[in-house]
Design a protein around this ligand. Structure first.
Ligand code: HEM
Length: 154
């Protein structure tokens, strides 16, 4: 059996205060590959990880609320990957920086947020649900855009 070498790069771009680098949306093919249900499952895993992880105090305290929050996030990620505008329908205009402003999001919180996302992506990689290029485009998007959400030094 031969193994295709992984070209995936999950390194995290360093954060520089006051710099919001240009954001490129993920390839729509990432959503086509994993399907809407796959995106909902991805966000379920991600919010499950957040619920148990180092930045859980930022998020709703109950599992039920986290499940709902995860599905609103899935609405967003389906939309940003070129799918139906579920988030606009369920929550209104994304305005992500404004929505995050009530929460203290530090560079440290961003690191946990990203590493939790990396873990949630693992089944998609292992089960080859999408190409490495499409998975990379999704990572590159959250890697860059997460810098925009930082609103606190610590
Ligand atoms: C930098 C690290 C980040 C942290 C610590 C963080 C934290 C949070 C928190 C505390 C909430 C509110 C609880 C909830 O409803 O889920 C939230 C909501 C949300 N976040 Fe983030 N976030 C980060 C980055 C991002 C990024 C980069 C995106 C998009 C690419 C994003 C998309 C969302 C969405 C769609 C919601 C739901 C908003 C709603 O339902 O009104 N977040 N985030």
């Amino acid at each position: 059996m031969t193994f295709e070498p992984s070209t995936l790069d999950f390194s995290i771009l360093p954060f520089t205060a006051g710099v919001n680098p240009p954001v490129t949306k993920p390839h729509p093919a990432f959503l086509t590959d994993i399907t809407e249900q796959g995106m909902r499952d991805l966000l379920d895993r991600f919010y499950e990880g957040l619920y148990q992880g180092a930045i859980k105090e930022l998020f709703p305290p109950s599992k039920e609320e986290m499940k709902i929050a995860g599905q609103y996030s899935a609405d967003f990620f389906i939309q940003i990957c070129g799918g139906p505008s579920y988030f606009n329908q369920s929550r209104g205009a994304p305005q992500m920086r404004g929505r995050h402003s009530p929460f203290r999001i530090s560079p440290h919180a961003r690191l946990h947020w990203l590493t939790t996302f990396e873990e949630a992506l693992q089944p998609i990689i292992q089960n080859k649900q999408s190409s490495q290029a499409n998975i990379q485009s999704f990572w590159n998007y959250i890697n860059v855009f997460s810098q925009w959400m930082i609103n606190s030094r610590d």
